[in-house]
Write a protein that binds this ligand. Structure first.
Ligand code: GDP
Ligand code: IMO
Ligand code: MG
Length: 438
């Protein structure tokens, strides 16, 4: 039997705590793929793409939708707030981007309801000083219901009688919990009608996305998998409990989309030239306030979804080494290099010390991680503007040295360098694995 050549299937994953610039990277790569597909998370994500002087912030819809004619898939592993999805569809339409016929929503994805948002906020306030700093979009409570096997899925919404029964049962159960815990029932008046109204608008997008993607791959069409959040926010491998509630790492592709691991051909990890984190939790290389402020201003480090200021720190090679292992990163993209254009000296964390010893691996608990002392190497800055530079050789030597240092420490190629938020502020060095996928 002669085997057909395998179709291109590449994952883009955040290597840090999210907001690495995945949206920009996916937008760049999507021109060379037929499909872009989201496998995990929900509208807690905020992926910014800028071109032709227009800024788009995608939350649940894959960034590939911005490329004319390309198809976009929201997989079974995501959680979907259908009202928020319709707002996103409408916003795209207002910008001249039509989603009908190009956007496909999994019939198996779980739905987010307003009570999930209420639960998210209530749980956060109950945690007090130990709050996670969630996006309050109801993501965690929706995944809780999924795992507890009382979730309501997209397919349920399309069958109005069955939906009514399921929703009534869940509301009864939720109200009992809410009364016992918070002393009042949940706000659920009008919910059924609201969701049935939404169902009419959603129906046209719903398909079995697992079959859709596997058939596409069988037919030689290419798929780009768009990660949301980042490695350190992964529910199993991140800085638990200061994480999100899904598998953000590349393994999430197989479960979240029903696309087998054997079909995946490569993994692109995305990192900033430094590190940011939104929300609480340990952050070993966090900068002192004044330095963080300067980077935050230059890098415009404010959340795309919540507007919260992002915490800023130096690049952490322990995190990136861990991310390389967990995701199987073949090629690393370094974004926001331009933010260091005026930086006299750049620190880079090469290891952690804990109780006088160097730690070989990422500690499993936040108690240890919050006490580690980063070991830094200091490299000179380049202090010249990098936006507009089109090839690696054109970059200042100190910038090339910084990138080479990262590449050799991690033993991974740098497949793309981003020097600004716009599409064309992108360098793809020749001869890399990533260059072959573009
Ligand atoms: P994502 O969640 O990983 O898609 O990242 P976000 O979109 O939340 O955050 C990245 C931010 O950095 C966005 O505002 C982008 O427009 C911006 N950005 C991406 N790449 C670059 C870059 O190379 N330089 C600069 N200055 N900004 C960038
Ligand atoms: P993108 O895809 C950065 C963080 C929240 C919080 C924690 C849990 O844009 O990179 P959740 O609402 O998911 O229960 O919040 O995870 N978080 C993100 N941080 N980028 C994201 O997405 C994030 N999605 C969730 O700030 O600390
Ligand atoms: Mg983001």
């Amino acid at each position: 039997m002669t085997e057909k050549p395998r179709a291109k299937a590449i994952v883009v994953v955040g290597a840090q705590w999210g907001d690495e610039g995945k949206g920009k990277v996916v937008d760049y790569l999507a021109q060379s793929f037929d499909y872009t597909a989201r496998y995990a998370g929900g509208h807690n994500a905020g992926h910014t793409v800028i071109f032709d002087n227009h800024k788009y912030v995608l939350q649940l819809i894959p960034s590939g939708i911005l490329r004319p004619g390309k198809k976009a898939v929201i997989g079974a592993g995501t959680v979907v707030d259908p009202a928020a999805l319709l707002v996103e569809v409408e916003n795209l339409r207002k910008s001249g981007i039509e989603t009908r016929g190009r956007l496909f929503l999994s019939d198996r994805a779980h739905l987010i309801f307003p009570y999930h948002r209420e639960m998210d906020k209530a749980a956060e306030s109950a945690r007090g000083a130990a709050a996670i700093g969630t996006t309050s979009r109801g993501i965690g409570p929706a995944y809780e219901d999924k795992m507890a096997r009382r979730g309501i899925r997209v397919v349920d919404l399309l069958n109005s009688d069955g939906f009514k029964n399921k929703l009534e049962r869940v509301i009864e159960e939720k109200n009992a919990i809410s009364r016992a815990t918070y002393g009042h029932p949940l706000e659920t008046a009008g919910l059924l009608d609201e969701y049935l109204e939404i169902a009419a608008h959603i129906r046209g997008f719903v398909v079995d996305t697992c079959v859709l993607l596997n058939r596409a791959l069988d037919n030689g069409e290419s798929v780009l998998f768009e990660g949301a959040q980042g490695t350190m926010l992964d529910i199993d491998h991140g800085t638990y409990p200061y994480v999100t509630s899904s598998n953000a790492t590349s393994g999430g592709v197989a479960t979240g989309l029903g696309v087998a691991p054997t079909r995946i051909q490569g993994v692109v990890g995305v990192t900033k030239a430094y590190t940011t984190r939104v929300g609480s939790g340990p952050f070993p290389t966090e900068m002192p306030d004044l330095d963080a402020q300067a980077v935050r201003e230059r890098g415009k480090e404010f959340g795309a979804v919540t507007g919260r200021p992002r915490r800023c720190g130096w690049l952490d090679l322990v995190v990136l080494k861990y991310a390389k292992m967990l995701n199987g990163i073949d090629s690393l993209v370094v974004t926001k290099l331009d933010v260091f254009d005026t930086q006299p000296e750049i620190k880079i964390c090469t290891g952690y010390r804990y109780k006088g010893k160097t730690l070989g691996e990422m500690p499993p608990d936040v108690e240890t991680l919050s006490q580690v002392e980063p070991e830094y190497k200091t490299l000179p800055g380049w202090q010249t503007p990098t936006p507009g530079i089109q090839d690696v050789q054109g970059l200042p030597k100190a910038a090339r040295d910084y990138l080479d240092f990262i590449s050799s420490a991690l033993q991974v190629e740098i497949g793309m360098i981003s020097t600004g938020p716009e599409r064309d502020a992108t360098i793809v060095p020749r001869g890399t694995k990533l260059a072959a996928w573009v």
